[in-house]
Design a protein around this ligand. Structure first.
Ligand SMILES: *Cc1c(COP(=O)(O)O)cnc(C)c1O
Length: 291
């Protein structure tokens, strides 16, 4: 079991516990640590010395992969959507930690999982262990099933940010979890997320009741808004809680709203999972100076 860090904050006059994965995972990797751990074990078991994955230029996953690779002496390759920018803090970090970066057009990136594209990567880079975008696969879900270890019966309601949905799937699949689990989608549009999470939950497991809120993305993925700024400032200044604008801040904002409109009941004991992502702050300030 990992050494967990909990913080209690006040939201709309309610005491809410926060599971600070940002401060109890190596390098602040947050949920990416849990998503990566069994993938790394598997790569080592298969005698790989190179890990390859995909991401945007500000990706928390790419940052975490570069960090883990440098710590374990494994080669890492990041296939990055779009063009190189040597001043981008995430890319700079990745390079400094030995990651090889390979930039592809947005169009090529969309076809990144096709056999043809992967074959091209093999020609370029030789043998590698492939980790999908965001690190989301069955082994990632298995890692995320450990996030709630030791807290299975402490809470009635767990809220967590949802991108690909692997973290939500893992939490919902925690054996013995009595809480209901709400995922806050940070992307605009419903697409396939509910189906994706359903498919990611191991088929031999009956999950805790879970659902996804699709209307709390505050403008869409990695978009800025005055509401987001206000929410982050309140958390930082009043509650002493740093959040990232792409994922975690949206969960706190959503939780505050659910409490205010009575959708979270007075007798519910709430846990918000802080999934990390603070590395992205430097990139955010780079993208949105003076905000
Ligand atoms: C990647 C990430 C998520 C999303 O996790 P999924 O498993 O893709 O749903 C949430 N929060 C933070 C901080 C992240 O970096």
């Amino acid at each position: 079991m990992y050494q967990r860090v909990l913080q209690t904050i006040q939201l709309q006059g309610r005491a809410v516990d926060v599971l600070r994965l940002d401060s109890c995972t190596p390098g602040g990797m947050g949920n990416k640590y849990f998503k990566m751990k069994y993938n790394i074990d598997e790569a080592i078991k298969q005698n790989h010395n190179t890990l390859l994955s995909f991401g945007g230029a500000f990706s928390n996953h790419i940052q975490a992969l570069a960090l883990i690779g440098s710590q374990l002496n494994l080669q890492t390759i990041g296939v990055i959507r779009g063009e190189d920018d040597p001043d981008n803090p995430t890319l700079r970090f990745a390079r400094e930690h030995g990651m090889r970066l390979h930039f592809v057009s947005r169009e090529a990136y969309r076809g990144k999982q096709t056999p043809n594209f992967v074959a091209t990567l093999s020609q370029l880079f030789g043998r590698f262990y492939l980790i999908p975008e965001g690190g989301s696969n069955a082994l990632a879900v298995r890692g995320c099933m450990e996030i709630m270890h030791g807290m299975e019966s402490e809470y009635n309601h767990v809220l967590v940010a949802c991108g690909t949905g692997a973290t939500l799937a893992g939490i919902a699949a925690t054996p013995g979890l009595i809480a209901k689990v709400t995922g806050i989608s940070v992307l605009k549009g419903e697409d396939q997320l509910t189906q994706t999470v359903t498919d990611l939950i191991p088929h031999n497991i009956v999950p805790a009741p879970w659902s996804i809120l699709f209307d709390c993305h505050l403008g869409g993925y990695a978009k800025n808004s005055p509401e987001l700024v206000a929410c982050r400032n309140m958390l930082e200044n009043v509650q002493d809680l740093p959040t990232d604008p792409v994922y975690t801040a949206k969960v706190f904002c959503a939780a505050a709203k659910l409490i205010a409109i009575g959708q979270i009941q007075a007798d519910e004991k709430i846990l918000i999972v802080h999934t990390g992502g603070l590395q992205g702050l430097e990139g955010w300030n780079y993208r949105f100076p003076n905000k």
